[in-house]
Design a protein around this ligand. Structure first.
Ligand code: P6P
Length: 329
């Protein structure tokens, strides 16, 4: 009995969940799904072809671009250009936004990290694509920066693709979170994780311990308590993989600020906002240590934010410890 539900079928069945669309979301997700299938194919043969290693350029954050980063960015842009539903994109790999002069009156902008965790590409550790979809606000002929600098609460959809032991696409339109696993034999993403709920309690914490000394007192106290309570420590170094594990098993992923980098390393628009939307929709929480990530004001395309994301109880505990020890050194 073929009870497979493909991504396309699922989106069409759930069309009522997406109030704006007469198939617009379907088109956008289908195009992102197509780009992801091609990226998955390229990532899975990275070790065989001469496409791993540094591309020789730097991205807007001054990080060395890996060849697969550039390939993934170009693929997503061309698939979104063809969708007819997207009027502009912004991505980690482009200093500024890219208007898309599509026919008709495309209403959506897409912001993405084409290949998050790229520093792990050459050692075959899971990496991912992260995307956020907004309705444009401007009424001019071409999209404006304001269309991209919207608060995370304005996202109409968000998701990620994890290129791991299998390739999974996980997304939300604000009506829960669903996960799809790519079946390469038929080239379809098939529903494998319906209605994902993030476990309320779990004894897993995830942070780059090497920066412990630079964390603020409340964060250090939280980590000390995790160790005291014999929590499991897991850290992959790819945000998509660490957050995906947190989504399915619970716990907390943290990338705190430090004295040298008060806003941490991770970007608000194309890493923290989409993943926070998903985690909240699955029943978890996402904070910058003091307030909800999704309500943070977006002032620059590549702005960074500290992030504490996962089981509500753990996020609330680290917020409380940060508040209680504010000013202590
Ligand atoms: P660190 C990958 O380069 C990334 O942007 C995220 O995917 C990941 O969570 C973080 O950086 C890892 O940073 O400082 O631990 O190497």
């Amino acid at each position: 009995m073929n009870n497979l539900i493909t991504l396309d079928e699922f989106i069409i069945r759930r069309q009522k969940d997406f109030p704006f669309a007469s198939g617009e979301l379907s088109g956008l997700l289908r195009d992102i799904g197509l780009a992801s299938k091609i990226i998955s194919r390229e990532v899975n043969k990275a070790g065989l072809a001469d496409i791993t290693g540094i591309a020789g350029n730097e991205n807007s954050s001054g990080e060395a671009q890996q060849k697969l980063d550039v390939m993934a960015d170009n693929l997503l842009i061309s698939c979104l250009k063809n969708s007819g539903e997207c009027c502009g994109i912004a991505s980690e790999e482009n200093d500024t936004f890219v208007p898309i002069h599509s026919s008709g009156n495309a209403k959506y902008v897409v912001i993405f990290d084409p290949l998050d965790g790229s520093s792990n590409i050459d050692v075959n550790v899971s990496i991912g694509t992260i995307f956020a979809i907004y309705r444009r606000k401007s009424t001019s002929a071409e999209v404006q920066l304001e269309d991209f600098l919207q608060s995370g609460t304005e996202q109409v959809a968000a998701g990620y693709v994890l290129y791991g032991s299998s390739t999974m696409l996980v997304y939300t339109t604000g009506k829960g979170v669903n996960g799809f696993t790519l079946d390469p034999s038929i080239g379809e993403f098939c529903l494998s994780h319906p209605d994902i709920k993030l476990p309320e309690k779990a004894d897993i914490y995830s942070v780059n311990h090497s920066a412990y000394r630079e964390f603020e007192p409340g964060v250090k106290k939280f980590i000390d308590d995790c160790i005291e309570d014999a929590f499991k420590f897991r850290y992959i170094g790819s945000m998509v993989a660490d957050v995906h594990r947190t989504l399915l098993k619970g716990g907390i992923f943290m990338y705190p600020g430090t004295e040298k980098a008060t806003n941490g390393k991770l970007r608000l628009l194309y890493e923290c906002n989409p993943l926070s939307f998903i985690v909240e929709q699955a029943g978890g929480k996402a904070s910058d240590g003091r307030s909800r990530i999704l309500e943070q004001k977006a002032e620059k395309l590549h702005q960074r934010t500290p992030v504490y994301i996962g089981s509500s109880q753990l996020v609330e505990k680290v917020e409380k410890l940060i508040q209680e020890t504010k000013g202590n050194n």
